[in-house]
Design a binder for this molecule. Structure first.
Ligand SMILES: *[C@@H]1O[C@H](CO)[C@@H](O)[C@H](O)[C@H]1NC(C)=O
Ligand SMILES: *[C@@H]1O[C@H](CO)[C@@H](O)[C@H](O)[C@H]1NC(C)=O
Length: 502
């Protein structure tokens, strides 16, 4: 693919944006998170947005950036809701796990940051520009969740003679889901809510919730755009075009097409099969919804429980006596105005959590009942139980953030509260979440065993079959630092975004 068609692609991306996203001002865009590694995600991206104009030419605040990133982040984790995992665990349970992960990644977990089943959605290939070939092994995935996609139409996998890209990317004449369609939908929704916020009819404008929804939709659209360079062979094709003839285009040698009078390889993205699911979602030192990430929460929860139990005073806690838990409660009680209310809420939540812990211990005696996963395990009930904990925590953080600037002299108290808050909250969550985590890890590990062997051959097909234009996601994607084109794809994504946002 030449720069001519690169421009075409760019033009196409611009074309799918209705009415221009003027609502969000000019310049750079957050999070090429998908493309870059973990460190990048939390560092540079946020700095990048701060250099750019927000609504009415204001600056992006950390909170606004967080809201955009939340929308972006959710797309990654919607991959956990797919056929493979739904066979073992129901969607409501997956949502709880993702909710806790989100709390740890994004810092908030309620209101606009609540991971609802609706916001989480399910795995849809077009949201990541994934090649749907082989999706759900030919089964109709909608039997597991009506939001999943149906069987693949072979025409989706053909190359669009107009753009040289696979039809599922941006050919909208066939009635199948396309990434271009998803982008248009997300940006339109973002712009709609942004306009309601800025110019809504009398009484409807200025609502914070509308702004948050606009930012979340912006984030999910950006996720898809960032995947364009990260999940396709765009970088390879551009390199070939620049004269690096030895770059492998991830398509068989006989797949070249005629496009605008030139002979080029088609632009394709990777298929996302069982092995890729493992590669991307289950771990293998990967930065998505990894096994190890689930394990990490488990460890964090365990530590929080231990810390509560050990009575030796920890780093400079007030008084230095009693358990970490009650120290925290007494710290809270010192907050001016709101302290007493917070402290009594904390005590109530703690009592609730301890009751659950005892229930777990009781059922642990019975080997037939996995605690929390007994036949009468009800994810909806658990969500109801953890919501007040997360809500309590968000309330404290929001009021601390308000106080920091307004009431001088409280810095050291607020700092100590923030330091211990997470441990306290994790300790409260532990009895509810840990049983689920152990069950989910087991289901995921069982589900993945034996899959690697069977589809390993597919991974090498573009090398062995000259007619193959369906490379796999694992071979093609540049999501991870281990891929040499990772930073290249990241910079392409950033540049594309700079063109798109104004
Ligand atoms: C879209 O896909 C169909 C079916 O493969 C194809 O006939 C058509 O040429 C493609 N391109 C456009 C612009 O419709
Ligand atoms: C927290 O500490 C208290 C008092 O030391 C103890 O009774 C309780 O079981 C602990 N709670 C948890 C969740 O570990």
């Amino acid at each position: 693919m030449g720069w001519g068609s690169a421009l075409l692609v760019l033009g196409l991306l611009l074309f799918v944006l209705p009415g221009k996203a003027a609502a969000f001002g000019a310049g750079n865009i957050p999070s090429i998170a998908q493309v870059e590694g973990h460190n990048w995600r939390h560092g540079d991206i946020e700095d990048m947005l701060k250099t750019v104009a927000f609504l009415h030419g204001k600056k992006w605040t950390t909170m606004m950036i967080g809201r955009v990133y939340f929308g972006n982040w959710l797309r990654d984790y919607s991959q956990a809701v797919d056929v493979g995992s739904l066979k073992g665990i129901n969607a409501a349970t997956i949502r709880i796990i993702v909710w806790v992960l989100s709390f740890m990644a994004n810092g908030y977990a309620t209101e606009e940051f609540e991971v609802t089943e609706e916001r989480l959605g399910a795995y849809r290939p077009e949201e990541h520009i994934d090649n749907p070939l082989g999706y759900a092994d030919g089964q109709d995935a909608r039997q597991f969740d009506p939001r999943l996609r149906g069987p693949v139409d072979p025409r989706e996998l053909e190359i669009d003679p107009r753009t040289g890209m696979k039809n599922y990317i941006a050919n909208e004449s066939g009635g199948w889901a396309t990434s271009a369609g998803y982008l248009r939908w997300s940006f339109a929704r973002s712009i709609h809510f942004g306009r309601v916020y800025t110019n809504g009819a009398s009484g409807t404008s200025g609502k914070e919730a509308d702004l948050c929804e606009a930012l979340r939709c912006l984030g999910q659209a950006l996720h898809c755009m960032e995947d364009f360079s990260a999940h396709s062979n765009y970088c390879e094709l551009a390199l070939v075009e620049l004269g690096f003839r030895n770059v492998f285009p991830h398509c068989g040698s006989a797949t070249q097409i005629h496009l605008n009078g030139r002979t080029v390889y088609p632009l394709v993205t990777g298929t996302f099969g069982a092995v890729d699911f493992l590669h991307s979602v289950l771990g293998e030192a990967n930065d998505h919804f990894t096994q190890s990430e689930v394990d990490e929460i488990d460890i964090a929860l365990k530590n929080a429980e231990q810390a509560n139990k050990s009575t030796s005073g920890q780093r400079g806690f007030f008084g230095g006596t009693g358990s970490g838990g009650s120290d925290f409660v007494s710290l809270l009680g010192q907050l001016p105005g709101v302290g007493d209310g917070f402290a009594s809420q904390a005590r109530n939540l703690k009592a609730m959590s301890e009751a659950q812990e005892q229930e777990n211990t009781r059922s642990a005696g019975n080997v037939n009942v996995v605690p929390g996963m007994s036949p009468n395990f009800d994810p909806v009930r658990v969500s109801g139980q953890i919501y007040p904990i997360l809500e309590f925590r968000d309330k404290i953080v929001r009021s601390i953030n308000n106080m920091i600037s307004k009431i001088p002299g409280l810095e050291s108290l607020l700092e100590r509260i923030s330091e211990t808050l997470t441990a306290f909250i994790l300790g409260l969550l532990a009895p509810f979440i840990r049983p689920i985590i152990s069950q989910v890890s087991k289901a995921l590990k069982e589900g993945s065993a034996g899959l690697i062997e069977t589809s390993a051959n597919q991974q090498l097909e573009p090398w062995t079959n000259p007619r193959c234009d369906n490379p796999t996601h694992s071979m093609l994607s540049k999501d991870h630092f281990t891929n040499i084109l990772n930073s290249c794809a990241g910079r392409v994504a950033a540049t594309v975004l700079q063109y798109v946002v104004p």
